[in-house]
Design a protein around this ligand. Structure first.
Ligand code: NI
Length: 136
């Protein structure tokens, strides 16, 4: 089936919920999801899949464990992604996305991938535990 073109700006205007990804289309068995984010997500890990991020608006920060040295004995580092940046969190890497001022992001990952991963810290109420909602 041939779908219609999707304008991401139009898709983003159709919802307001934070940390609640919407599925805009599918490529083979991967979902293309968009989300509005602000504040902190939760530390989590996807055991079996990498996770692709593209920043559409604003700035996204991703803290990563096991990938650097913060100088205090913890192996943690933070990447800052401006609008237009892409970044891949490798499978098995603990990460925590955040955005102090808010951002809109696009994610690309296998359909059914939980947004809080396979393992995670306790999930605060402002985070939607989902594998992606239909755009509606
Ligand atoms: Ni993740």
């Amino acid at each position: 089936m041939i779908s219609e073109p999707i304008l991401l700006q139009t898709a983003l205007a159709r919802f307001d919920s934070l940390w609640s990804p919407r599925i805009v289309t599918r490529v083979n068995d991967y979902d293309v999801r968009i989300a509005k984010v602000a504040g902190e997500h939760v530390w989590h890990v996807h055991e079996n899949t990498d996770e692709f991020f593209l920043v559409l608006e604003g700035e996204l920060t991703i803290a990563l464990r096991g990938t650097g040295d913060d100088g205090a004995g913890r192996s943690e580092r933070v990447v800052t992604l401006p609008q237009g940046a892409v970044f891949v969190v490798p499978r098995g890497t603990e990460h925590r996305p955040s955005s102090a001022a808010g951002a809109s992001i696009l994610m690309f990952e296998p359909a059914g991938t939980p947004s809080v991963g396979d393992r995670h810290d306790p999930v605060p109420g402002h985070i939607d535990v989902t594998t992606g909602h239909a755009l509606g």
